[in-house]
Design a protein around this ligand. Structure first.
Ligand code: SAH
Ligand code: MG
Length: 211
């Protein structure tokens, strides 16, 4: 397996719409490559795909390893993406129903990046899917709802599926409250408490390993 991210795919990721700084996306890709060699044959799962930006970095790593990324999102936006909130983008609203719909954007992003074979959209509510999930993961990336309840629920429901030696990535971890909301930082602390070991920190991205 080659540990080189093609400039074409990386360019697509950088150009894609969403909330993933390039250095943190590159960290996701490296984490994916390492995760796939630590836990051979197991898939990746990301919670919170939005328009597919982070999915490109993770999907490219999955493809290089011959596994897949399950990209889980209900595509209705988090609380912070709704009208009146900081991260709202009005053109992502389906005017007929007055609800956000990022799924068409996600599909187009993944198609354009040439990753449709390796990125499998799972369209649904994270806790609902999590209740029935039963497959060990080489890598879990948590970037869904950032409120206290959603973040802690994602942590509790999904981290048990990280295989021994597998990788947990958490986004938007801000040790200083002045930089952002607390819940992602809180679940990062829980992960350390639960025995995950920190492997890398890039911006607000944390990459941890399950013992
Ligand atoms: N990783 C993305 C950004 C994710 S934004 C990027 O690289 O740009 C957070 C996403 O989490 C939103 O798309 C929202 O729809 C999704 N989300 C929030 N709560 C969710 C839930 N309970 N189930 C599924 N998806 C959820
Ligand atoms: Mg994020």
């Amino acid at each position: 397996m080659t540990a080189e991210l093609s400039e074409t795919i990386r360019g697509a990721a950088v150009a894609a719409r969403g909330f993933m700084p390039t250095d943190e996306g590159d960290a996701l890709w490296s984490a994916g490559v390492e995760a796939a060699s630590a836990v051979a044959g197991a898939p990746f799962l990301e919670i919170g795909s939005y328009c597919g930006k982070s999915s490109i970095w993770l999907g490219a790593a999955a493809e290089a390893a011959g596994v897949v990324l399950f990209a889980l999102d209900h595509h209705r936006g988090s609380e912070e993406n709704q009208a009146g909130w900081e991260h709202h983008e009005p053109d992502l609203v389906d005017a007929d129903i007055g609800r956000m719909d990022t799924l068409p954007h996600f599909r187009r992003t993944i198609f354009d990046a040439g990753l449709e074979r390796s990125v499998v959209a799972v369209v649904g509510d994270s806790p609902t899917v999590g209740r029935f999930w039963n497959t060990p993961l080489a890598l879990l990336f948590i970037d869904g709802g950032h409120g206290s309840e959603p973040a802690h629920r994602d942590y509790e429901l999904w981290t048990p599926h990280v295989a021994p030696g597998g990788t947990l990535c958490i986004h938007d971890v801000f040790p200083d409250p002045a930089d952002g909301g607390r819940p992602p930082y809180e679940i990062y602390l829980r992960a350390l408490d639960d025995g995950f070991k920190e492997r890398r920190a890039v911006g607000s991205m944390r990459v941890l390993t399950r013992a």
